[in-house]
Structure formats: structure tokens, C-alpha cells
Design a protein. Structure first.
Length: 121
């Protein structure tokens, strides 16, 4: 699902950065790209929030009803203990938020340049 959002934003930026398109097409597609980046970040934040709440609820449920905890902090501790190459030792959420943020910055910059300096394109 996230990859589809990134493809959509890339498509919008292709329209915004194409030399053959008019100013209206560049401005509207870059604004849509900025909105798509914001909405993607908002949605991902809400999903992460729900995931944390569910994990803590499940951990407490296992502790209360089964006396054995597999999820929640136990899973997180075990997952973080396994070695990961330094280059990839970034939390997935942070990497995706950085990527969507980069799309948003490029889209807003493209929109501003399309209005202020249309000759750039």
C-alpha cells in the first residue's frame, strides 16, 4: 500500500517537473503531491498509534489470561536484539516518514518555483 502512494507521488512530480507542461499543470500536480505526502504521513501515524495500542493491549491480555507474554515489549526486545547492518539500522516508520516528507518538500518547492520563477522549467 505504501509503495502505491509513493508511485502516485512520483507520477505527480513527473507532471510537475516536466518541461512540456504548462504552469497550471505544474502547480496543480505539485499541490496534489504535497497533499498526498501529508495525507500519507497522517495515515501512517494513525496506523502506528493503533498498532502500539493493540500491542500493549495484547501484551496485557496474554499476561492476565495465559501467564506467558509473547507480544508487546517482549517481542520488541527480541526483535531489536537481532543484528542488522548499520546502513539498514533505521526504524521503518522513520524511513517512510522521511521519504514522504522528502516528496512533500520537493512538491512544495516545485509549486513555489512554478509560480515565482516559471522560467526555471
Amino acid at each position: 500500500m505504501r509503495l502505491d502512494r509513493a508511485r502516485g507521488q512520483a507520477f505527480l512530480l513527473t507532471i510537475a517537473l516536466s518541461a512540456g507542461n504548462g504552469q497550471l499543470a505544474r502547480v496543480s500536480s505539485s499541490l496534489l503531491g504535497a497533499v498526498a505526502a501529508y495525507v500519507s504521513m497522517q495515515l501512517m501515524t494513525r496506523h502506528r498509534q493503533a498498532e502500539h495500542k493493540d500491542a500493549h493491549w495484547l501484551e496485557q491480555y496474554e499476561k492476565d489470561d495465559f501467564s506467558t507474554v509473547i507480544h508487546g515489549r517482549t517481542y520488541s526486545t527480541e526483535r531489536n536484539a537481532s543484528p542488522i547492518p548499520r546502513l539498514f539500522n533505521v526504524k521503518g516508520y522513520e524511513a517512510w516518514m522521511f521519504g514522504f516528507g522528502a516528496f512533500g518538500v520537493v512538491a512544495v518547492t516545485t509549486c513555489i518555483l512554478s509560480v515565482v520563477c516559471p522560467d526555471v522549467f
